[in-house]
Design a protein around this ligand. Structure first.
Ligand code: PLP
Length: 428
């Protein structure tokens, strides 16, 4: 059997570490060969062997309107025809900044960057620069991009400082990051009691989407907000994934909490490299050239990328957009839950807006430890059965999934039928 996917993956591995430009794409967690995708339309993608899949990854979140949405493609083509980059301010950037500030109450000023990693890295530098403090609080299992301060895991004891979770990150830097348990309000209170006046910032995914999906327990985000306010620390909501994904105002709208700083990415670029950080004016005025916190980018605010983002923001502002997206996503998770239950499979699923989590466990997890105790092998078998049947879920038990506005009821129904066929045979 000659497979173009296989041949490409062989070639890729000779020249690109692991054959991929971002590790999770290599399928190491689930095993096997990743499909090399060459085309997407609406809810569907095609690989280099011509096989079609219903896509529940959506480029890991950005494609909320589906693949190759005509308005987004037209915006990109029209803008590109006038030049790709100028390195000067452009009108499109102003439009994007005004739109973001109008949509998100906490956003008084914003700066555009090209990746979520840059957005969180810069927000943390800003928080440290503005507060004159160094200590950062983050939560185990939350991912905020791959900058040094954030590739840190919990130390061995409670409230001990973090250790690097990647080679190449100095211990000395990791010691400035305290890693706590997500959804553990008491742990958070203890950390502030001990380190109160040293905490520059707390960064959190308000709905965690990088350890599968973990929703915040009632009160957890409010406690984080109150503690930051009381102790003069900057509250950073990392909404690179949840922004315009879980609702029209992201997670801050869903839970009614306004962070001091907010990071965005994914959806606001609609598949192109646009991300942003912003928030309270008095904080943002510390950014160069107004203030002493340096941040820059040759391609920041790139007009072609911003045009794709603006067209995507147009799409999501259609009346009833989020109600429809939420309903479709719930159709998927409800159907999977029912089917698994009928066949006696230990499985649960949940959704928030247009993102969802699937767990081979009795209940939806509320902590990193609970996510880690899900049956990974059972997920991997499910994943490959679904992939064979033409339904592409995230290739890891620790990633959230995404539904787009292009997914129709019939797409979801076909996926549910395939899952039901699998569950009926998987019963032990
Ligand atoms: C994807 C993601 C990032 C990193 O964004 P990149 O564009 O991949 O650098 C940061 N934070 C969260 C919550 C994300 O989901």
């Amino acid at each position: 059997m000659t497979s173009r996917n296989q041949a490409l993956f062989d070639a890729a591995q000779r020249r690109i570490p692991g054959g991929v430009n971002s590790p999770v794409r290599a399928f190491r967690s689930v095993g096997g060969i990743p499909p090399f995708l060459r085309e997407g339309r609406g809810a569907h993608v095609w690989d280099e062997d011509g096989k079609r899949y219903t896509d529940y990854v959506g480029s890991w979140g950005p494609l909320i309107l589906g693949h190759a949405h005509p308005n987004v493609i037209r915006a990109v083509q029209d803008t590109a025809a006038r030049g790709l980059s100028f390195g000067t301010p452009t009108a499109l950037e102003v439009e994007m900044a005004e739109r973001l500030c109008a949509l998100l109450p906490c956003m008084e000023m914003v700066r555009l960057v090209s990746s979520g990693t840059e957005a969180t890295m810069s927000a943390i530098r800003l928080a440290r620069g503005a507060s004159g403090r160094d200590l950062l609080i983050k939560f185990e299992g939350c991912y905020h991009g791959h900058s040094d301060s954030l590739l840190v895991k919990a130390g061995s004891g409670l409230l001990t400082f973090g250790h690097p979770s990647s080679g190449g990150v100095p211990d000395d830097l990791a010691r400035h990051t305290l890693v706590l348990d997500y959804n553990d309000t008491e742990g958070l209170e203890r950390a502030f009691a001990e380190h109160a006046d040293r905490v520059a910032a707390l960064i959190v995914e308000p709905v965690a989407g990088n350890m599968n999906l973990v929703a915040p327990r009632p009160g957890f985000l409010q406690a984080a907000c109150d503690l930051c306010t009381r102790h003069g620390a900057v509250l950073i909501f990392d909404e690179v994934m949840t922004g315009f994904r879980v609702g029209p105002r992201g997670a801050q709208g869903l839970y009614g909490i306004e962070p001091d700083l907010l990071t965005l990415g994914k959806v606001i670029g609609g598949g192109m490299p646009v991300a942003a950080f912003g928030g309270r004016r008095e904080l943002m005025e510390h950014i160069a050239p107004l203030g002493a916190v340096y941040q820059a980018g040759t391609l920041s605010g790139n007009p072609v990328a911003v045009a794709a983002g603006l067209a995507t923001l147009d799409g999501i502002s259609a009346p009833g957009f989020y109600e429809a997206l939420e309903k479709r996503t719930r159709q998927l998770v409800d159907g999977l839950n029912e089917s698994a239950k009928r066949h006696g499979i230990r499985f649960s699923a949940q959704s928030v807006g247009g993102m969802f989590g699937l767990y081979f466990a009795e209940h939806c997890p509320e902590s990193y430890a609970e996510v880690m105790s899900c049956d990974k092998e059972a997920f991997n078998r499910f994943f490959h059965a679904m992939l064979d049947a033409g339904h592409y879920f995230a290739p890891s038990a620790y990633e959230a999934g995404f539904v787009s506005a292009a997914h129709e009821e019939s797409d979801i129904a076909a996926t549910l039928a395939a899952a039901d066929a699998y569950f009926s045979k998987a019963r032990r």
